[in-house]
Design a protein around this ligand. Structure first.
Ligand code: C5P
Length: 252
């Protein structure tokens, strides 16, 4: 603690705030880490995705860990089982709490991913990218798809059977997948917006409270915090809205 000045203690992160992961979608580590410093103790969990990792690599994960933050390393591995197992093992050793692989990689790849992870890492299977609709997913699979949710459920069952720790899915699908995965699994949902916000380029957005009520264990939020004029306030508002939602759900 610095001497002399008045020290204003930050309020401890709310319970729901601890389940909000801020996506560091930045082209440089200095911009990303400046945001982390602006958010301070309020935010404890950050997502490092392909863009930042391609620029900054393991060093940015190490810096986040040194700052006491949890890291969701969202590299979405999809390769032959041996390669994925080895990549997961390396990423796990960097200290990532959450890691992603594509559930579309198949059962052998998913089992290899589970086997490669160290004890502190939960490997998540990405079910269906939220950028897909039935038509584009059908194009990938080479057959008609009527219902994206049913496909997501199929991938979630494969993730569960392979022994992974959970999934990434659209918040719109969290309620559908929670019974498939069981109470302990992680369900991480992007596509999150503050209450009353413009949906922007997102098709199916949810507030944090809605996503948690639907069964998400964590939500990922990017631009509503990272592009805000006051990111710390934007994060605090989101966490506050989630707490209110939790209190309302508890009292109903
Ligand atoms: O849209 P926003 O900036 O909140 O996105 C945060 C993160 O969520 C991004 O890093 C992106 O990878 C992920 N995302 C997603 N599906 C979407 C929108 C965003 O997986 N439809």
């Amino acid at each position: 603690m610095s001497g002399g000045g008045i020290v204003v203690a930050r309020p401890p992160s709310s319970v729901e705030g601890g389940r909000i992961i801020v996506a560091l979608d930045f082209p440089s580590p200095s911009t990303a880490l400046a945001l982390v410093d602006r958010l301070g103790d309020g935010c404890r969990f950050y997502k490092v995705g392909m863009e930042l990792y391609a620029t900054a690599g393991p060093a940015v994960v190490a810096e986040l860990r040194e700052k006491g933050k949890q890291v969701f390393l969202d590299l979405k591995f999809h390769d032959i089982p041996n390669t994925v197992a080895r990549a997961v093992a390396r990423a796990s050793r960097l200290g990532a709490s959450l890691l992603t692989v594509h559930a579309m990689g198949g059962s052998a790849m998913l089992r290899a991913a589970a086997a490669g992870a160290g004890p502190g890492t939960t490997v998540l299977g990405v079910t269906v990218l939220t950028s897909h609709d039935a038509e584009s997913l059908g194009g990938v699979l080479g057959r008609s798809v009527q219902n994206v949710g049913a496909e997501a459920r199929r991938y979630a069952a494969a993730v569960r059977d392979a022994g992974l720790g959970g999934v990434v899915c659209s918040a719109a699908e969290a309620a559908l997948l929670r019974p498939v995965l069981g109470a302990e699994a992680a369900i991480v949902t992007p596509g999150i917006r503050p209450p009353g916000a413009d949906a922007g380029d997102q098709k199916r957005v949810r507030t944090p409270a809605e996503a948690f009520a639907a069964g998400a264990s964590h939500v990922v939020v990017g631009r509503p915090v990272t592009q805000a004029l006051d990111p710390a306030q934007a994060f605090a508002d989101l966490a506050g809205s989630a707490e209110t939602g939790r209190a309302e759900a508890g009292s109903s």
